[in-house]
Design a protein around this ligand. Structure first.
Ligand SMILES: O=C(CO)COP(=O)(O)O
Length: 257
């Protein structure tokens, strides 16, 4: 079986200005132990305006934390007032870009087609998309969760090639678990991540699917991360609220201690 290096990413959403961002990363680095970086990737996704300061800090202090962005535009440049391109992010040493987060889908009208174009843009600039998928509560209660997620995968990955499985990360984020304190049970999260891997195998091939990292996201906390991460198809976490506390995020990253 292909070794998958887990990815633990903090999605700060619209929190922390660039000065607070520096402090948060400094504190996080203080709380993390050297072993915590071994065999897994640690990623922080600050708001756009903090990327440059965090990049500078990570470089100057030689911190093995990777930089992520929360969104990008699908075009490389142009008359798109207020938007940020993948080209610009790549210049800031951004390694991961969250694409298709449910907040973008719900609040900013992002369709699978838009998400698909963003995935392509991120890949074009040699960064790695963290493609978010997930069902809302009504869909889960109606027994449609797997169908919804499979259809999001098919739409968002249409025409996307994956030469190296490390190039793509999928984040399963059940919308009803985001910011609510409700977590999917480890078994439900595992079942969906397994279904995602099965779909990836039919979109690509078994070997590629076996190498793609699948994160769980939705109220991940220090107290539940270990059980979630111990599931065979869960290869990391996409953490919202708890990533804004350096202590909590360090406990999540350091869950193997
Ligand atoms: O949306 C999320 C990460 O992208 C999850 O947010 P919470 O961890 O705050 O539930």
């Amino acid at each position: 079986m292909t070794e998958r290096v887990p990815v633990i990413a903090g999605n700060w959403k619209m929190h922390r200005d660039h000065l607070e961002a520096i402090q948060l990363v400094q504190k996080l680095a203080y709380h993390l132990q050297e072993d915590d970086y071994e065999g897994q990737e640690v990623v922080v996704c600050p708001p756009f305006v903090a990327l440059r300061s965090v990049q500078t800090l990570l470089q100057s202090d030689k911190l093995p934390i990777h930089l992520g962005a929360q969104n990008c535009h699908s075009e490389d440049e142009g008359a798109f007032t207020g938007e940020i391109s993948a080209t610009m992010l790549a210049r800031l040493d951004v390694r991961y870009v969250v694409v298709g987060h449910s907040e973008r889908r719900e609040l900013f009208g992002e369709t699978d087609e838009i998400v698909n174009a963003k995935v392509a843009a991120v890949q074009r600039h040699k960064m790695r998309p963290i493609l978010c998928v997930g069902e809302v509560l009504d869909q889960r209660e109606a027994g449609q969760a797997v169908d919804v997620v499979v259809s999001q995968l098919q739409g968002s990955l249409a025409g996307i090639r994956v030469a190296d499985p490390e190039e793509l990360v999928v984040a399963y984020e059940p919308v009803w678990a985001i910011g609510t304190g409700k977590t999917a049970t480890p078994q439900d999260a595992q079942d969906m991540c397994a279904a995602i891997r099965t779909e990836l195998a039919s979109l690509y091939d078994e070997q590629t699917a076996a190498g793609i990292r699948i994160q769980y996201g939705g109220s991940v906390k220090p107290g539940n991360v270990r059980e979630l991460m111990s599931q065979p198809d869960i290869d990391g976490a996409l953490v919202g609220g708890a990533s804004l506390s350096s202590e909590d995020f360090a406990l999540i990253v350091g869950h193997r201690r």
